[in-house]
Design a protein around this ligand. Structure first.
Ligand SMILES: Nc1ncnc2c1ncn2[C@@H]1O[C@H](COP(=O)(O)OP(=O)(O)O)[C@@H](O)[C@H]1O
Ligand SMILES: [Mg+2]
Length: 271
């Protein structure tokens, strides 16, 4: 298992939100917080969709429901047509924080998900070796997370996310703490893997160029309670080559359009 194409007998699942709202009990407030309201969207199997929107508008809340880590207050989330009632073995997520276990080596961190699935030791080592090579971390297998830079730790987190060969990737600002160059290299690696293996991906980011470089479609959210205010088809070739996309004028046009939707251009006026 875990070779590219292992899932070739399975269709890549779609991810679907149907009338999803989420309320949280008040944290020291008198009323509840309505984080997201009546969210409807579908990410087709093999499609990459980015979600952008102001801080606190409910992006992470949506992703957590997709991952089965929290339940909607109303509505339904489906993966591959099946209602999500808890974590799904075909769905993996990655956060800005690397979540590596400090007491495990990099290779042991990458192998963790396979251990939980009782994959034999030799097989686990083959997978972690291949992925660490793919993520440019060969030679660091026996290092511990604290011995690596932030960028390297995030590479290791990406290898760990990919190790269980998920069909659906839910990415919550995974590269936002990285420097610009490391970020572009990781985007390139991720885009190639996702295209080669035909994965479904939802990618949350504050970086508008990143959204345009990586996705087929971009969904723009309003302030809380978050709801979608616009859907944009990226309509560019080279989804497997974000560096190439960055050279297209279409990318800067998209970024300007997204800035105006988010009313960021108003801040560029000289006062
Ligand atoms: N576990 C929680 N309990 C209470 N409120 C929460 C919880 N998680 C998120 N919220 C609130 O829901 C809103 C949306 O949060 P979040 O999804 O993290 O936004 P984003 O990821 O877009 O920045 C915020 O107002 C946040 O304070
Ligand atoms: Mg968030």
């Amino acid at each position: 298992m875990n070779q590219p194409g292992f899932h070739s007998h399975l269709s890549v699942p779609a991810l679907q939100f149907e009338g999803v709202s989420k309320r949280f009990a008040a944290r020291g407030r008198s009323s509840e917080v309505l984080a997201v309201r009546d969210i409807n969207f579908r990410v087709a199997g093999g499609e990459v969709v980015s979600i952008i929107g102001p801080s606190g508008c409910g992006k992470s809340t949506l992703l957590n429901m997709g991952a089965g880590l929290s339940r909607p207050s109303a509505g339904l989330v489906r993966v591959g047509g099946e209602p999500v009632t808890g974590p799904n073995k075909h769905v993996a997520f990655m956060l800005q924080k690397d979540l590596l276990m400090p007491w495990r080596t990099i290779a042991e961190n990458v192998e963790f998900g396979l251990e939980l699935r009782a994959v034999a030791t030799q097989r686990r080592q083959e997978v972690s070796h291949r992925l660490l090579q793919q993520c440019h971390l060969q030679g660091f297998e026996k290092h511990y997370p604290h011995q690596l830079s932030g960028g390297m730790r995030q590479r290791a987190a990406m290898a760990r996310t990919l190790a269980v060969d998920p069909l659906v990737l839910l990415m919550d600002e995974p590269f936002s703490a990285l420097d610009a160059q490391t970020k572009m290299i990781l985007q390139q690696d991720l885009a190639q893997t996702v295209a080669r293996e035909g994965k479904t991906m939802v990618f949350i980011t504050h970086d508008l160029a990143e959204a345009a470089a990586l996705s087929d479609r971009i969904l723009v959210m309003s302030e809380r309670p978050g709801t979608f205010i616009e859907e944009i088809a990226v309509d560019m070739p080279d989804r497997d080559n974000p560096m190439q996309r960055r050279k297209h004028t279409r990318l800067s046009e998209l970024v300007s359009h997204l800035m105006s939707l988010l009313k960021l251009d108003a801040h560029s006026k000289v006062h």
